[in-house]
Ligand binder design. Structure first.
Ligand code: NAD
Ligand code: ZN
Length: 375
C-alpha cells in the first residue's frame, strides 16, 4: 500500500538541478455570506445545452435541509445525495461515472461537489474520470491523467481540509490509499459561503478545523519550507489562533476558518505535511479513523517534534472543551501495530519533510510503535 499527500519528494522543489513545479490554482472563487445563491448564474454560461446537465454531488446531511432546495437545478440536472460517513473510494467514483454515462447521452456540462473534504474529493475524481478511460484506481499517483476533466465546482460546507484548493483527490483504492494528483484535479470554480458551515456540529468543526491547524504546523516546521508556503502557512495559523483561542463572534469565526482552510491548503501545496499526517494514515488504514480526528489523536503526542504546535493544540482543546477519545490503540495486536507502522513509514516525503533526509535513523519502527501505543 502506498499513500501520498501532494509532492513526490523534496527534489521537486528544492534541488537546483530539477525544475520547479508549476502548480495550477483555482482560477475563480466567490467568497461571502450567502454567495451560494449566485451558483445558478455562475453555472449558466457553462451549460453547453439543455441535454448536457450539471450533476450535483451533495453530502446527504443536507437531504432534508433547505440547502437542497437552493441547488440551482435546470433541464436534466441531477442531484445525488452521498454519505460522508466513509472516506471516498475508487469504486464509488467508478460507479458514479458509470451511472452518469448510462443516464445521459451527452457528457455533463459539469460536476458540482457540495460538502466536506469527502464530497469535494468525490466531485474532483468524477470530473476527471468522465473524460478519461479506465478505472479511477489507474490514476492514483502523480500526473497520470491524460485528458482535462469536465468543468467542476467545489462548494465546501465545513472548513479545514484545504481540499477546495488542492491538486489532489485522496481515494481509497483496492490496493492503496493514494490521491489522484494532477493539474486537472484542481477545481475550476470554488464557492466559499461561510453560512453553509452553520450546521456543523461542534466536535466535527473542531476536528476538521484542526486539520488546517496541523497543516500549518507541519508545513511551517518542515524542511521543505519555502517563502511561498510560509506566507500562506503563517496567515492560516494566525486565523486558526483567532478562531480557536479567542472570543471572536461566531459569524467572524466562520469567515476566518474558511479562509484559514484555503491558506492552509495553499501552504501545503508547495511544501508537505508531516508526522501527524503520516501516522493518521496508518490509523485510517487499520481502523477507518477519519482524517480530522485521526490527526488530532496523533498530534497530541507529538510534543517532542512540534513543541509549540502541541502546546497551542492543548490550549485549543481546553478552550473549546473537546474531550478526545482515549485508548484507541489499547487492544491492538503486534500485527496491527506492524500494519500501521508499515503504512505510516511508507509516506516517505512526509517524514523527510518533518525530520530531514536522515529521518529513518530518527523514526525507527520501534519508536513509531511507542507513539501509536500512547493513542
Ligand atoms: P467530511 O466531508 O468527511 O465530513 C465530516 C462530517 O461532517 C460528515 O458527517 C458530514 O456529513 C458532516 N458535515 C459536512 N458539512 C456539514 C454541515 N455544513 N453541517 C453538518 N454536518 C456537516 O469532512 P472533512 O473533514 O471536510 O473531510 C475529510 C476528507 O477530506 C477525508 O476523506 C480526507 O482524506 C479528505 N482530505 C482531502 C484533502 C485534499 O487535498 N484533497 C485534504 C485533506 C483531507
Ligand atoms: Zn490534512
Amino acid at each position: 500500500m502506498k499513500t501520498d499527500y501532494n509532492l513526490k519528494s523534496k527534489e521537486t522543489i528544492s534541488n537546483k538541478n530539477t525544475s520547479y513545479r508549476n502548480f495550477p490554482m483555482v482560477p475563480r472563487v466567490i467568497f461571502g455570506k450567502g454567495s451560494f445563491s449566485q451558483l445558478g448564474e455562475i453555472l449558466l454560461p457553462k451549460r453547453r445545452s439543455s441535454e448536457a446537465p450539471f450533476i450535483f454531488l451533495v453530502d446527504d446531511f443536507f437531504e432534508d435541509h433547505q440547502l437542497a432546495q437552493k441547488v440551482p437545478l435546470m433541464f436534466k440536472d441531477e442531484l445525488i445525495f452521498i454519505s460522508a460517513l466513509e472516506e471516498p473510494k475508487t469504486q464509488q467514483v467508478d460507479a458514479l461515472v458509470a451511472r452518469i454515462r448510462e443516464q445521459f447521452d451527452e457528457l455533463p456540462s459539469g460536476i458540482v461537489g457540495i460538502g466536506g473534504g469527502t464530497l469535494l474529493d468525490l466531485a474532483k475524481a468524477v470530473a476527471i474520470m468522465l473524460n478519461n478511460e479506465g478505472l479511477a484506481q489507474d490514476y492514483q499517483g502523480w500526473d497520470l491523467v491524460d485528458r482535462p476533466s469536465v468543468y467542476h465546482v467545489g462548494v465546501p460546507t465545513i472548513s479545514g481540509t484545504g481540499a477546495e484548493v488542492s491538486r489532489t483527490t485522496v481515494l481509497l483504492g483496492p490496493e492503496k490509499k493514494l490521491g489522484i494528483n494532477s493539474d486537472f484535479t484542481t477545481f475550476d470554480q470554488v464557492v466559499l459561503d461561510p453560512d453553509l458551515t452553520l450546521t456543523v456540529p461542534k466536535e466535527q468543526w473542531f476536528y476538521t478545523g484542526m486539520d488546517c491547524f496541523i497543516h500549518c504546523i507541519e508545513s511551517l516546521n518542515g524542511t521543505y519550507l519555502n517563502a511561498f508556503s510560509k506566507s500562506y502557512g503563517e496567515k492560516a495559523l494566525e486565523l486558526c489562533k483567532e478562531v480557536f483561542l479567542t472570543d471572536i463572534s461566531e459569524e467572524e469565526s466562520r469567515d476566518q476558518l474558511m479562509m484559514a482552510s484555503w491558506h492552509g491548503g495553499m501552504s501545503i501545496a508547495y511544501s508537505q505535511v508531516g508526522i501527524a499526517h503520516a501516522m493518521s494514515y496508518g490509523l485510517s488504514y487499520l481502523l477507518g479513523t477519519k482524517h480530522g480526528i485521526g490527526n488530532c489523536l496523533v498530534f497530541q503526542h507529538l510534543g517532542e517534534f512540534y513543541p509549540e504546535g502541541v502546546h497551542l493544540f492543548k490550549q485549543m482543546l481546553e478552550k473549546q472543551n473537546i474531550q478526545m477519545p482515549k485508548g484507541i490503540c489499547a487492544n491492538l495486536t503486534q500485527s496491527d501495530f506492524d500494519t500501521m507502522v508499515h503504512v505510516a513509514l511508507g509516506m516517505e516525503p512526509l517524514w523527510e519533510n518533518a525530520l530531514g533526509p536522515d529521518w529513518r535513523s530518527i523514526m525507527t519502527p520501534e519508536r513509531l510503535q511507542e507513539l501509536y501505543a500512547k493513542i
